[in-house]
Design a protein around this ligand. Structure first.
Ligand code: M6R
Length: 368
């Protein structure tokens, strides 16, 4: 069942190229158009949507956070991302023109189910991005866009996360195609780029030994920080969550721009800091993150940098560099998160911990 791997989590990390490929499969017409008839939601409703609210918990919420950047860019629709348990207990502004996108691997997360019910009561349409067929969330939503990651057994989500992000890209591109705004011409190009992602993810996985070696050497670390900007920010949050839940280490993700608003006070000699660097083909964004690496390095941090192949600007300030293939900015999370998953897995394994079943956690949280 573990496909020859020692743990489910390791198998599931290796399943990721297939999870992304399967989520893309059969959803285009071969001419650069998306075909999502399976949504079975009135196109007129999707055209009239004036706000999207993504609700989810944990890793699924970070997928939603990535989706916000992509959907807002492609569709020019405002997107809010909210933890389902917070959405449920305030008084959100929701009406018939709101599309609520609920993301869940299990489809059984009670916090998310309650938020869906709350949204529907107020007239919103709910579209679920779910991995488990026939689950409660799939049944209770107006429309379902399934991720095809296959069963995920390890408590820490990996392949479901990549499949969720992929499905959200499809949703964003589909809405753009349907609503025909100035970015509609980009749809075919992005679909083509998405098609290249499984091979790129595989390339990152093929380099896993390098990441594992660094992780093993850090098994006595007591705190690790993660910095990212733009779509690198949710990747930083996810990297920190993986390390907390698997290795029981204090880990925190920050938006790199927040550093000087407080978190930089945490940096002292030897503090490990991961930095997720955007492509140098976005020079302004890239330069900002490179200067964030310098800032923490100058205060003694040990910098572990995730950067694109060919990005030489980072080498001077990086103690360690993990390379990812060149990828369009919005799609970078699909490759940049992979070294962070492998890092958390290897560090927890080096500590002798059970990576498939970390303490105090359940695979699906079916109570509020
Ligand atoms: O099944 P769901 O996607 O609704 O679960 C949401 C979270 O409970 C889940 O992503 C959790 O954060 C994972 N353990 C993270 O690895």
């Amino acid at each position: 069942v573990k496909g020859g791997f020692p743990t489910f989590m390791e198998k599931e990390i290796h399943d990721q190229p297939k999870a992304v490929a399967d989520t893309l499969l059969g959803r285009t017409d071969g001419h650069g158009n998306l075909v999502l008839d399976e949504l079975r939601i009135d196109e007129a409703i999707l055209r009239s949507v004036d706000k999207i609210i993504v609700i989810a918990c944990g890793t699924a919420a970070y997928a939603g956070h990535v989706a916000k950047y992509a959907i807002e860019h492609w569709c020019r629709i405002p997107v809010e991302v909210e933890l389902a348990h917070e959405f449920r207990y305030r008084d959100p502004v929701v009406n018939e023109k709101t599309l609520v996108v609920a993301i869940s691997q299990s489809g059984e997360t009670m916090d998310t189910i309650m938020a869906i019910r709350h949204a529907r009561e107020q007239g919103a349409k709910v579209l679920a991005v779910v991995n488990t067929h026939g689950s409660t969330i799939a049944r209770e939503s107006d429309a379902v866009l399934y991720t095809h990651a296959g069963p995920e057994v390890a408590v820490a989500s990996t392949k479901a996360f990549l499949a969720q992000i992929t499905a959200c890209y499809l949703l964003g591109l589909y809405l753009s195609q349907l609503r025909g705004n100035k970015y509609v011409d980009e749809v075919a190009g992005y679909l083509e780029e998405l098609g290249k992602l499984p091979a790129k993810i595989q390339q990152v996985i093929d380099g896993e030994e390098n990441v594992k070696e660094v992780a093993r050497s850090m098994k006595d670390a007591t705190s690790v920080l993660f910095l990212g900007r733009h779509v690198g920010y949710p990747v930083a949050l996810e990297g920190a969550l993986k390390l907390k839940e698997l290795a029981y280490i204090h880990a925190e993700g920050f938006a790199a721009g927040e550093l000087k608003h407080g978190p930089i006070a945490l940096i002292d000699e030897g503090q490990p800091v991961f930095v997720i660097v955007p492509t140098p083909r976005r020079p302004t964004l890239h330069a900002k993150v490179v200067s964030n690496i310098q800032e923490v390095r100058a205060r003694g941090a040990r910098t572990l940098v995730i950067a694109e192949e060919g990005d030489e600007a980072v080498t001077e300030f990086a103690d360690v560099v993990f390379r990812v293939p060149q990828t369009p900015t919005l799609m970078m999370p699909l490759v940049t998160v992979v070294p962070l998953q492998i890092f958390a897995l290897a560090l927890a394994s080096a500590k002798g911990l059970d990576v498939d079943q970390p303490r105090n956690l359940a695979k699906s949280v079916t109570v509020e």
